[in-house]
Design a protein around this ligand. Structure first.
Ligand code: MG
Length: 162
């Protein structure tokens, strides 16, 4: 097996829906006007991170490992799924090295929650907090993000041979 670094990308979107809790990076965003719809807790940031890690390790995608047709994953805590993915990487001989992610969300303002998101993701992925970066942007009032119809997340991961 090559020892050169391996990178993976992850991208996810979820629709905003009234009456749902908004969970991003394992953190409940208090006071959010709407939450994300989905089979699990719809944590779009954690889903992008999971796909980035699976991609870096050559292990497919989140839908293969946690199908949304499976009742086991209904309302699943995505941070727990991330923990399970860390174990899958470990079984394949890889350990996460760093994560970088961008959330595209028109509102609410998420920067007050940044450090808590980094801490939760880092803990589940087995990384130090400074190896997890989370950035925020808006849709500039354009497209589904800008109209407040949904939130998108993009993530990059690198993994090293364990
Ligand atoms: Mg998703």
């Amino acid at each position: 097996m090559s020892t050169s670094p391996r990178a993976g990308i992850g991208f996810d979107t979820h629709r905003l829906e009234q009456g749902r809790r908004l969970i991003l990076g394992g953190v409940e965003i208090e006071g959010a006007p709407a939450g994300l719809a989905g089979h699990s807790d719809a944590d779009v940031l954690t889903h992008a991170v999971i796909d980035a890690l699976l991609g870096a390790a050559g292990l497919g995608d989140i839908g293969e490992h946690f199908p949304d047709t499976d009742e086991r994953w209904r309302d699943a805590d995505s941070i727990e799924l991330l923990r399970a993915v860390r174990d899958k990487l470990s079984a394949a001989g890889y350990t996460p090295a760093n994560l970088d992610a961008t959330l595209a969300c028109e509102e609410p303002k998420l920067s007050p929650f940044r450090d808590e998101m980094r801490t939760r993701i880092a803990e589940a992925a087995g990384l130090e907090q400074d190896a997890v970066n989370v950035k925020f942007t808006t849709g500039e009032r354009m497209g589904f993000v800008g109209r407040g119809e949904g939130i998108a997340a993009l993530a990059v991961a690198t993994v090293a041979k364990a």
